[in-house]
Structures are given as C-alpha cells and as structure tokens.
Unconditional design. Sequence first.
Length: 594
Amino acid sequence: MKFMKLGTRPDTFYTEEATRSVSSDVPSDLVIQINNTKYLLHKFPLLPKCGLVQRLCAVSDNSSNDSIALHDIPGGEEAFELCAKFCYGITINLSATSFVPAFCAAKYLRMTESVEKGNFVQKLEAFFNSCILEGWKDSILTLQTTTKLPEWSESLGIIRRCTDSIVEKILTHPSKVTWSYTYTRPGYTEKGDHSVPKDWWTEDIADLDIDLFRCIISALRSINILPPPLIGEALHVYAYHWLPDTSKGRPLESSVSQTEEDAGKLKRVLEIIVTMIPPDHGSVSVGFSLRLLSTANFLGASHSTKAELIRRSSWQLTEAKTNDLLIPSCSSSDQFFYDIDLLQSVLESFLLQWRRQTSPIDRESQRSVRTVAKLIDSYLQVVARDINMPVSKIVGLAESLPEFARQEHDDLYKAINTYLKEHPDVSKPEKKQLCRVLDCQKLSHEVCAHAIKNERLPLRTVVQVLYFDQERRSKMTSHDFIQHSETIREREHNGPVTTKKDLSIPIRGPQRQGSQGTHGQPSSRAESVVKDTTQVSERTIRKQDEELPPKPERNIIRKETKDMEITEEGLSGSKPEIKRKNKSEQSHKKGGYT
C-alpha cells in the first residue's frame, strides 16, 4: 500500500470534553459544529483554502466569532479533521483507505485550485492518479471504501475509474503481471510453480461488496475477452468467501446466529451471483450449481433463483460425480442427513428436458440417461447408509428413471442390500416395496449367486432371482451346444475327407490307439471340438451345482436340474443325440446335495 505525506508541523489538536481545539497562542475565532463535535479553530489558515468556509463566514452576522454548521460533510468528523490539518500544515498520512473520505470532504469544502494554488483537491487527485490507480490492491481497497460514500464516489467518478483500472489489470496477460496478488489455493505453493495462474485476480476482488463485484464482472463480460469458465471461477471464489457453507448440513443453522437483515443480505448476494453466471455450457461446474441450490434452499431464495439453479444443474448432470451429489440437508424438518429431495428435483428436470428435446430412439440421448442412471445408483449406495433415510425416498429416486436407463441392476442391488444391512428393523412391507424396483432378469451371475444366499431379501425376491438365473443358465448352455454343433458340421464339411470309422469314436472313454497320429493327437479336428464342447458343458453345470446350495431354513423348492451328456454316434450325415441324466443319479457319483 502506498502513502502520501503532507505537512511538516506536529499535531496540535486536542480534545476537551466534546470540543476539539488547536494549541495556539492566538484565540479561536471560528467555531465549526459537525454532528456532536465542536471545533474551535482559526480563520486565517482555513479561509484561504476552503471556498465553502469563506462563503459561510461572509454571510455570518457575527464577524468576531463566526459559528457555522457542517453536518452534511461527507466522511464526518474524521474527514473534516484531515482537511483542517492540511490547512494548518500539520503532518497527515493518506492512503488508499483514507483517500475517498478525504477527497469527498475536500470537494465539499471547495478546496480547489480556483481558491488557492496547490490546494488539497489537486494533491489528492495527483495521489489518486499516480499511486492508487497504478496499484492493484490499492485500487481494490479504494473501491471498497466507496461503499461508505456511494453517491459522492459515483458523482466524482471514483468508482468508474477504480473499476476501469481493475478491469485493465485483470485483462493483462499473466506473463506481464508484476504486482502482488493474493492466491491461496490448496496445492499451489507446494507445486513450486512460480508462473502466474490465469485466475490470479479472483481472490482479491472477492473482498469487494456485491454491487462493486458485479460492476467488475459485468465490465469483463461486456468486453468478451475472458473465457466463461474463468468468469465462473471468479463467481465460485466469491460465493465461497461470502455465502454460508452448507457442506456441514444442519450444524450451520444452529451454530450461526443470523438476524433477518444478515439473512436478507446473504440471499441478495446469492441471487446476484446466479444472475451473473455465464449461459455458456461448462462456465461453472455442476457441483458448484448444486451447492448454490442447497444454499438457496437454506436462505429461502426466490423461486426464480431456485428454478434457474435446478435447470442449470440438470443441464450438466451427466458430468457430475457421486461426491457432487452428496449435499447435506439443511432443513430442520428433515431427520436424514443427505438432501435427497434436492437431487430428486434436479433429476426430474433432467428427464423433462430429455423428453422435450430428444427422440426416444436417439442413441445419444439414451446414452446420457444411462450415464445418469449409473450416477444415481452410485449415489443410492451412499445415502442408503443413512440410518434415518426412509424407504420411500430411496424407492422414489430409483423409480424416477425410465426402464431402459439401467442395462443391468447390479448397482441398484448393491444399494438395496446396503440399505437392508444398515436398517435391520425395516418391516416386511417396506422390504417388498424396496425390492420392487429390482429387475431380477438384469442381475449378473455373480450378483445372483449373492442374492440367492442373501437372508435380508424377501423370500419372493430370492425365488425370482433363482428362477431367472436358472433360466438364463439353461439358455446359455443350449446356445453353446448349438453353436459348437454348427461349428462341427462346418469344419466337417470343409475339412479333410475322413471315414466314418475314424469319426465313430465315443466322446467319453479312452481314445482308440489307432485313431492317433504319430504325435499322439486326435486324428480328427471335429473330434477335438466335440470333446472340448462336452468338457465345457460339464464344467458349467458342475459349477452351477456348486454355486447354488439349497437353503433348508427357507424351504425353497428347487427344480430338478438335469445334466446333459452328449454322445455322438457318427457325425457324417447324422445329428448329435442328447441323453439326459437325472441329477439324483449323478449325485451318487459326485457326492452331491440331497
């Protein structure tokens, strides 16, 4: 911060009761009243420099001891005393913080060049132009002090000139920034990178009043040089500096004692920030939009502000991460920790925009919905741990998505299982309501294996999982057999000519000595494929039996499964014959479950 020192005499002002006087052998002949303070001064130092005091004394009836009132002087007693000390030649130090009241008071007292050369106004203007406007932080400090005298500062051009100076420096290329600035982002100092970041200016202007901050942002946007994400970053920093932190949920409401006036100011700050967000996609992150929405709910912002934040958040929902959605609830009426209603409103807005703007068969639009579905299921896995989260909230959010959104239900199953694990006292009707959203046909084999053994699930759900899993296994086995049979026929048709005698070797049992070549390999490629097919089928069915042990305590009726043993009487011109062996017969050989 730069200073300007004027005058050489020591300070001789003193206070006696409510009166300020100057130590002098000459008796006071001028009384100036400012609010509750009386000044006993002298005409000879003030009148030559103060045009207003000259005029007031000229019209005064009492010529020997004039008394004038200056209650309207900008800056009050402190600003007037700076002007009076300048007239007496007493040393004063001016800086960016004291310039505005001193300049406004000097203008009010008409301490201009027309009254006397080298007057106070001229010296203040020189200091303003050569020091304050040339400095980065001095310009910001001076602009901030204009909030105490907004009308005077506006009429004298202080706000405009400070704003222009700040904007000019913001638009300076980072490589040419030579002045000091504040930058306290986490990890920046550890990097050891001494280059100037593009957003070097955002923290310093965050100290400004919201109206002054809006002036700077509006000027930057009108020039249209800075990219929208950089403007969005400035808004992010300002919101972090001024708005309450809702990431801690309800503790904020109890720990911060706010008056209605304070709450009104914060609400106004929020609403102005929302109006300044650039309309460009990606100008602010979806996480920032969601946090602003949470703060808007907490502060009771206007409906239009909330609607804009919901629309913007839903617009970027496909870009969100799970952590972006984990917004704590700030409502005292909610017993659960996470604000699931906030996400519900954003999801509904997303689906509404999707239905309006795209065709149901548009693959790209379907891909975006599936991306959001994965995000929602991941979110549900986290909020399911909330012990106060009701089933209806989980079900409502899960059912909001269209049926095609989930190609598989594994993540949804994990969320349901987590909820049942963290809520052991949930009632049977609520369990059924929760599992109703689960499509057992869209569960993977691994999840089915877990669900069949999951005692937390309703019995009906377990039976459905078991049924669809067995049905899928059966289809897969049949499909594999048909595919391999077609491969055998194709290779037999295109392969070398062989005799029926060479191909009439049973699949099971030892190989005939005469059917091997010189290296001990099967004499036919078709025979090798058939053998591999049989081994794969046997391993698949054996694995099914091992993975699905019966649960006597549930009394689940299981269907008899039959293993298929394939023998081939000869592939030349004949079809494979499928023989079925009852599982009970096989269990005597394998020691299976009874």
